[in-house]
Design a protein around this ligand. Sequence first.
Ligand code: SF4
Length: 493
Amino acid sequence: MVPDTAAALVIVGHGSTMNPDSSAPTHQHADEIRRRGYFAEVACAFWKEEPSLREVFYQTTQSLVYVVPNFISEGYFCQDVLPRELRLTGPVTVRDGVTYAYCDPVGIHPSMTRLLLARAEEVAPGVPRDQTCLIIVGHGTSLNENSRKAIEDQVTLIRDGGYGFAEVLDAYMEEEPLVAKWHELSTAPHVVVVPFFIADGLHSYQDIPVLLGMESEPTAALSQNEVFRHNPHALQGRSLYYSSAIGTEALMAEVILDQVKDFKAKHGAALESAIIRDNSIPELPRKPFKLGQVAVSPAGEGTSWLLSHVDDVDATDLRVSTDPLEARSLSIYDDAGQFRPLKTAPTLRHGWKLALTDEAALRLALDFLYPAALGFVRHQAAGTLEPVPLRQTLGRQTGMYRFSNKITDEQAQEMVACHCDAETKCIRRITWHLNPEQPLTLLEENKRPETVPADELPLLCVEACTHIVSAAREIARGGSVAGAHAHGHSHSH
Ligand code: SF4
């Protein structure tokens, strides 16, 4: 069996084009697992954020890659979207000499029980369990297919596990039994409510507090602290304790590792043939270079590196950090505090400097600032970059995006020129065509991969991103090319 220290772990999440809360827990669990050093590499990939599901494999260099969906249940995403986008054909897929192990989603692992118990203890410490009702809340309806089953399984496990609760119930936002009727469903004097979601968001901050009666109407002013700090809430003659989403629990990192462990127990024989390749990656040149809006320069004689915004190279009043994880925070908002759903938007914030101790830290920081970019450069040099024509990307969309390929060639050319524009939208250089024999005709010079200045590493685009797919959908539905809201205006579901 290939040891895990010669394997990569990719944690896959939904992500959002609207706010950073959705992907934050996935990144935190990845940080924790990376810190423990169990795997040679730990990366995240998202349906709606970067790196995309396709791109993440350019980022990893190992020949065995475990993929764990950070999803609450099996269903449309885990059974349809993720295998399609990740090009996985079953639990074990071998492609181009790399073995991909597709594990089950975290939410269905039995060890979620441990997390629910820990969460209950955190929000209601010392409250006697024999006077407490634990309610696990899901969305219900088709939005989270099969989440009902995952929740019902947990209710049974906790009820039958002898954990001492007076009652254990499931309840849903949009189907029976309704969470709004929590006081009729339960009889115990203390009630602990845990949302069975991967991340905190509008559901846990606003919708469920209103359904529970904690708030009379959703208020945008509700921050996480306000919602979760005021426990217990005296409501309907009971003490109600409300928790943040179960997916934000630090122990989720253990569940991710448990899914890898279970996969190996079940499919280990199929992994025996995974080959350990020499995956040494070429060293970065020890001279100043630029990647997108980041200036990188070697510091002194040692192995350390300095990074800043290209505009800030000579600035003296920068906020200095030595932590490569800081690069992720730097990439989230622009100078005006607006969320940057596209990391390659020309809006990288100013005023910071990273002083990093070695090349591993540099690579990690650059992967946070520009996900998978160094991997694209490596594959381009090796001749293994596989740009995907736009028609192919649009043609494989399903669900609400399945009509996106109906746009005309002319609309497609204009759309790319408009929505990928380097000055206003995205500084990546496009390597894909409209069709294999049909190049993009309206690209400016700064969007072409062959015109990269000598002191820059190219920031490449190998496949149209989610923003362009959304724009194509709007145009196909009758919108104008310029009017399609490609950046930050599409919904995350
Ligand atoms: S499709 Fe366009 S906007 Fe999206 S990453 Fe590529 S170049 Fe940027």
